[in-house]
Design a protein around this ligand. Structure first.
Ligand code: C2E
Ligand code: MG
Ligand code: MG
Ligand code: MG
Length: 275
């Protein structure tokens, strides 16, 4: 029925799908063991004040170095952890690791202005999330005003009642919220207006377009002007070139993050860079 090429294409496609299924299955079944055996760790990417080139904060990014299949990216394991429910376990592990690192840096005499932690909608939907998180920070003696949680527009599709209760509670305790990957989800201006958030991060896909694509430039401009109206801080994510940095700076963006400044670093590299 199929030509020779078509048959080969089908076989190739099936093999690729099969490999991905095996990998997903492996990930789903090994997250808990991986946490217990110390295979997960954190890297930290600096966020800069664009004008003074001063450190404004760090973003914690999870990594999984597995003994059998090597380095696994968060893009691959976070969504699976969300589906299996292991995201709560992994999330608590991450909060503990960040707390330990903050204490280590503090003991080494480095004062990090802010540490941003990515939080999945699934975590924020959990009734016990605030209690858990605040207990961890209290145990390690972390100043809550140093912590920021990055959430995505997907919270709009979650259990918004619990999510809002949690966000308000965290805000009250001193932890601020930022919207990550802004522009890639389905949130509207109207919804954003009612959310108790402090910051938005313009997604890399829009930064990729500047300065040469005029539509991309207009999108960044309008996100920045909206930010000014709603009195939100704005971070440009994924800045890779000097041209992008200059363009976003001209548009009035204050905060920037991306390979142009720095890739994610090991905790001890943070220590060496900012001491
Ligand atoms: P994100 O929170 O938007 O993080 C930014 C991602 O972009 C990171 O990828 C970072 O390494 C990458 N990046 C930063 N600057 C540049 C750049 O200039 N060029 C390019 N090409 N990439 C850049 P990473 O670490 O692979 O994380 C991917 C996503 O996985 C994160 O996107 C976040 O949504 C999720 N994630 C990572 N760690 C955690 C975590 O601890 N918890 C949760 N829930 N999600 C996490
Ligand atoms: Mg993030
Ligand atoms: Mg992002
Ligand atoms: Mg992202």
């Amino acid at each position: 029925f199929y030509s020779k090429e078509m048959q080969n294409a089908l076989v190739f496609y099936d093999k690729k799908m099969e490999d991905e299924m095996i990998k997903s299955f492996f990930i789903a079944n090994n997250i808990k063991r991986g946490i217990d055996e110390g295979e997960f760790y954190l890297m930290y990417q600096p966020i800069f004040d664009i004008n003074g080139k001063k450190l404004a904060g760090l973003e914690a990014l999870a990594r999984w170095q597995n003994k059998d299949i090597g380095l696994i990216n968060p893009m691959d394991f976070i969504s699976i952890a969300e589906k299996t429910g292991n995201i709560n376990l992994l999330g608590d592990f991450i909060l503990k690791e960040v707390s330990k690192d903050i204490v280590k840096w503090k003991d080494a005499g480095i004062d990090i202005p802010k540490v941003a932690i990515n939080i999945s909608t699934k975590q924020l939907e959990h009734q016990d999330f605030c209690f858990n998180a605040l207990s961890i920070f209290e145990y390690y003696g972390v100043n809550l005003f140093k912590i920021e949680f990055e959430i995505t527009e997907s919270i709009m599709m979650g259990n918004i009642k619990i999510i809002l209760e949690n966000i308000n509670y965290l805000n009250g305790a001193g932890i601020s919220m930022s919207i990550d990957d802004f522009g890639t989800g389905y949130s509207s201006l109207g919804q954003l207006k009612n959310l108790p958030i402090k910051k938005i991060k313009i997604d890399k896909i829009f930064i990729d377009d500047i300065p040469y694509d005029s539509k991309g430039v207009e999108i960044c401009r309008s996100i920045l002007s909206m930010g000014r109206i709603l009195k939100l801080d704005i971070v440009a994510e994924g800045i890779e070139t000097k041209e992008q940095l200059e363009a976003i700076k001209r548009m009035g963006c204050i905060l920037g993050q991306g390979y142009y400044y720095s890739k994610p670093l090991e905790p001890h590299e943070i220590q060496n860079s900012f001491l």
